[in-house]
Design a protein around this ligand. Structure first.
Ligand SMILES: [Zn+2]
Length: 203
């Protein structure tokens, strides 16, 4: 069970953001890997239904392919962050090549937020990117992308852990959609019942 990020990664990368202070009523839903025409519009409608705001960590090449959908995310008041141009894991790449890919995405997305795909980023890459971006991780991982995971099991990865200050990862991707259709409405319902608010990440 690695629903919460391993302590080791937290210790190695203390400058990354894993959660926010608990003092407020806000919590933070995030969606990686979009925009995706089959899934993102549905996510946006669900969020609107509950007056929820979120943060979308977009892949640069998807933004290039679906600029109108990307514009729609911003127009509806959500925050956006970069998730590289080509969704590459950093571990096997030279820092220069990795940073170039991240910067290419940031030019399209125009955000100071960054989230590394697969959480695979080397210390050197993290050091360089921390100077340019706020690197936002999570403390609730839904594993919605896992095809072997049933939608109820996926909900159990999220619902018991929701509380103010938490950062939850979902994916607006085809792969995750089979779990998301169930888990996202349940999550929004739970947040609203508890009297909390889903807020965009603005740093
Ligand atoms: Zn990703």
């Amino acid at each position: 069970m690695l629903i919460r990020p391993p302590k080791l990664i937290r210790t190695i990368y203390p400058s990354f953001i894993w959660s926010f202070p608990k003092e407020t009523d806000g919590l933070f839903l995030t969606f990686d890997d979009g925009p995706c025409p089959q899934v993102t519009p549905w996510v946006l409608d669900q969020l609107d239904e509950y007056g929820a705001k979120a943060t979308f960590f977009c892949i640069g090449k998807n933004v290039e392919q679906y600029p109108e959908l990307f514009g729609e995310i911003v127009r509806r008041g959500h925050a956006v962050g970069s998730h590289t141009y080509s969704h590459i894991p950093g571990w096997r790449l030279h820092p220069d090549d990795y940073v170039q890919d991240v910067d290419m995405a940031a030019e399209l997305i125009k955000s100071n937020l960054y989230r590394p795909p697969y959480a695979k980023i080397t210390r050197r890459q993290a050091d360089i990117l921390s100077l340019r971006y706020n690197i936002v991780m999570w403390n609730i991982l839904s594993r919605d992308y896992n095809r072997k995971l049933g939608h109820k099991a996926c909900a159990r990865n999220v619902l018991p852990y929701l509380s103010p200050g938490t950062i939850t990862v979902f994916h607006d991707s085809m792969k995750a959609s089979k779990n998301l259709w169930y888990v996202l409405p349940k999550t929004l319902e739970a947040v609203s019942k508890a009297g909390w608010k889903c807020k965009p990440i603005l740093i």
